[in-house]
Design a protein around this ligand. Structure first.
Ligand code: SF4
Length: 386
């Protein structure tokens, strides 16, 4: 039973259930429990996810008494946009306000006929990878399934592109925003199910990617629940180095992680799939030719492609972006060893591209405003060394 199933079963009658985050099966159960036919779920899903409708009164293929009843017991409430930034290169980034006043990020990156939405799964993150802006904010809470799928809903809504014939606003989704998706398992699985459901966003399972830093026990059980594409945030070719920059490695070392990811692939019916290995290049830390050779050795015969990500700097990160030459050398070693290697081009540089950076800045700005109201300037804080 997933978290959302429990919500239906245990929610008091007076609580409104947010239908936005319910999977097809959960919504069918909801309507059957109401004494309605199963197909009501399909009608309502189309209204929510195909047409962007959040008001039951507009759902004209439902009977009037059902619309009234739904208004009493349910709601369709997406999170709201706190800030939206458009980059000159077409990238659009949002700081999204979720219940309780916290913020998460989503970013849409158009590229040719593709548009990839990077989605958050948690408010902050507990894993504390040392190069990550989100990790520095600490963990607050898991996002609900409605808040996760709501990021897809908001992205489409922000272009006013419901059935507009403008083509698809979102063609690919990567669960690679704030948070570790496998630490919010039920809600992430429910949201990914909606991403792939024809009655919702209808994305191919290959075009939805879950990226993990290595929560191995949950990766071990992922294949029972989902068959989306998988990315592993590796960032180092040996445990000694990975222990330093991805602390969860101390619990689940590289060989265990790679074995778990391989088992996930082996459970898929599509045997052509590979794991995407994400490797953030940090100048002077993990970008040497020797480490590239060690990575090539580690991944020899492993079904993968490699995505190199030159570090996106943010204030007080403690790391630097590698030079173009260092990136090229690293790429060359892996390419010569026969790997398919891509280098992520920097997008949205003018709108704070590093994950978690926009939220960090909005929070800082809010705190500055609060301090200002309290009669205390930033300057005095700087002088006091805080
Ligand atoms: S890189 Fe991912 S898992 Fe690591 S701290 Fe950042 S959000 Fe969490």
């Amino acid at each position: 039973m997933t978290a959302a199933d429990q919500l239906i079963v245990t929610a008091p009658a007076t609580d409104r259930v947010n239908l936005l985050g319910l999977t097809r099966q959960q919504l069918e159960t909801f309507f059957i429990d109401l004494g309605e036919k199963r197909f009501r779920a399909q009608q309502v899903m189309k209204w929510i996810h195909h047409r962007g409708v959040t008001d039951f009164a507009e759902m004209t293929d439902l009977s009037q008494p059902l619309r009234v009843r739904l208004t009493e017991i349910a709601e369709i409430t997406p999170p709201s946009i706190a800030e939206q930034h458009d980059s000159q290169d077409g990238t659009r980034k949002w700081a999204i306000a979720v219940e309780g006043g916290s913020l998460v990020e989503a970013v849409l990156i158009p590229e040719g006929d593709r548009a990839t939405l990077c989605v958050s799964s948690q408010v902050g993150c507990s894993l504390d990878c040392t190069f990550c802006s989100t990790g520095k904010q600490g963990f607050q809470r898991d996002l609900t399934a409605a808040e996760i799928i709501g990021q897809v809903w908001l992205a489409i809504n922000s272009y006013d592109a419901w059935q507009s014939g403008k083509g698809r606003v979102v063609t690919n989704v990567v669960m690679m925003g704030m948070g570790e998706p496998l630490l919010n398992f039920d809600n992430v699985v429910a949201a990914m199910s909606l991403m792939c459901d024809d009655l919702a966003y209808g994305l191919s399972k290959r075009k939805v990617t879950l990226s993990t830093s290595g929560v191995v026990p949950n990766l071990d059980r992922l294949a029972e629940w989902a068959d989306v594409s998988l990315a592993v945030s590796l960032h180092a070719p040996n445990d000694a180095l990975r222990n330093q920059i991805v602390p969860i490695n101390r619990k689940y070392p590289i060989q265990r992680l790679l074995a778990s990811a391989k088992a996930y692939l082996d459970a898929q019916s599509d045997k052509k799939r590979v794991v995407t290995i994400e490797y953030t290049l940090l100048a002077g830390i993990n970008d040497s030719v020797e480490l590239a050779q060690e990575l090539a050795q580690l991944l020899k015969d492993y079904p993968c492609k490699i995505n190199l990500i030159p570090f996106n700097d943010f204030p007080n990160s403690g790391y630097e972006r590698p030079s173009g030459n260092a990136v090229s050398r690293f790429w060359q070693v892996l390419t010569d060893a026969g790997f398919v290697v891509t280098v992520r081009t920097t997008r949205g540089d003018d709108i704070d591209a590093a994950c978690g950076q926009l939220v960090g800045e909005v929070v800082d700005r809010t705190r500055r405003a609060e301090r200002h109201r309290a009669g205390r300037s930033d300057h005095s804080l700087l002088e006091s060394g805080r």
